[in-house]
Ligand binder design. Sequence first.
Ligand SMILES: [Zn+2]
Length: 284
Amino acid sequence: MKTLILLICLATGFETFAQTSSELFDKTKMEYKGSKIEQAKRLLRNVKMWGVIENKEPNIDLAFQNLLNSAPEISKEQLKNYLQRASITNNEICGNIDLPVSHILVNGNNVYAKYFVIHDMSTPAYENNFPENINSSTWSKNNLTSWNWPKGSEPSHSIVTRTGKSKTLNDFGLGWRATKFEKKIGVSCRGLFLHIELLQPRIYPPGNAVSAPVAPTPGFTDAQYQRLALLYICASIRKGEWLVPAFHVNIDEGLKDGHDDPQNFELDKFTSEVLRLIALIKTS
Ligand SMILES: [Zn+2]
């Protein structure tokens, strides 16, 4: 979230990624060019340290690609049953799934959120080493009460700790901006993107770097992927259509002071968890 770096795009020379994501955003349709799968392949490109976006298509599980192309097979009732059985409250999932997600206006018509943007918090930054307990409830940052922002300055809709706990910072029904792109595009897109921050500390490399680019390996815990998958399912079922997942770094591609997150994100863990959870919810 906070690590401001200059994005370096290695797209030159390859037809597929010859244009930045921002350049491929169609302001008349208020979406990126291409099918949902093509958009996901662009917006889920892996990012290395210092915000270097890999110049190749991400390997997206075929079953997840099929999911993106299909109508949701689970009902709100099934999801509600699952949430109740798992004792998960609306405060953990950005609000009541019966209510609509945020929207923008296009030619006087409501267009509901299309993109589910994954971030890492890039904080706290440590000098040399990570504390050994960052994935344990004994690390104070995994306590949700330690994260508070003044009303109106929250970084996203939700945060997810490394122990898989989440809280609503803003309801999915509220339009929120958390990228450079949304602020610079020149037309109002507040409401088109939903934002999730995954807790991830950083360390500084040797030398005098002004930002801390080094993320833990692995970048995130299984508990984080599980909760992120649930948030994705809740947002999509609320909308009635699968949202296109995206990484912050790809949304801000080509923009000055764009961000480098999420670091060390394992896409297959996220997509596998979404598919596993859907199968579980179907039996609820
Ligand atoms: Zn971010």
